[in-house]
Ligand binder design. Sequence first.
Ligand code: ZN
Length: 240
Amino acid sequence: MNQPLVAILSGAGISTDSGIPDYRGPDGLWRRDPDAEKLVTYEYYMGDPEIRRRSWRMRRETGALRAEPNAAHLAVAELERSGVPVRVITQNVDGLHQLAGMPARKVLELHGTAREFVCTGCHVRGPMEDALARVDAGEDDPPCLRCGGILKPATVMFGEHLDPVVLGEALAVTKACQVFIAVGSTLQVHPAAGLAGVAADQGARLIVVNAEPTPYDDRADEVVREPIGTALPELLRNLR
Ligand code: ZN
């Protein structure tokens, strides 16, 4: 059996049905509000305790960790379970592909994960819930319990580099796949945009599922404008 490898690149649009707004896209909330953008910009976060306190409050109040996977996340996991080789490359930090049942090793998180914290001093990681529980208990900027360093979410903040290992794996998957589905991504932010180009260059079938036009629509073999929650499950059923 030599089944084609399906690469699925997901952006904010796949999670809006789960109640998670687009924070970091070109028109995302953070980009439109310079004050909010500071909360997720490395330089400000590291340099200003007040920014960190506001940032922890924001994480506590948005309740993003309580979001549930929707029909689109479930359809991707179902495709993988059906025996089709699937790899997910995601711009999202919500962990919803894994919650839907995708094995973690098959999900490449370009921007990290909001479900864990990381210490900027000793790089120890842990569940975000543990850090938020400390905020609930009264610590407004909880320091690392091991080294006293500054904790941050294990996400790639503005001003931070993407993990070169994750990026390398994403590129390898993109070069190896026969089908590349970009779903809910505007394909305007590096490296997602570049990956769609690589997929098209190497002859993969490029499918774009997005409400708005993207710069890669004219290179795509198929463009789907219908709502992701219904369009993606149907598209993936047909792939099986
Ligand atoms: Zn530490």
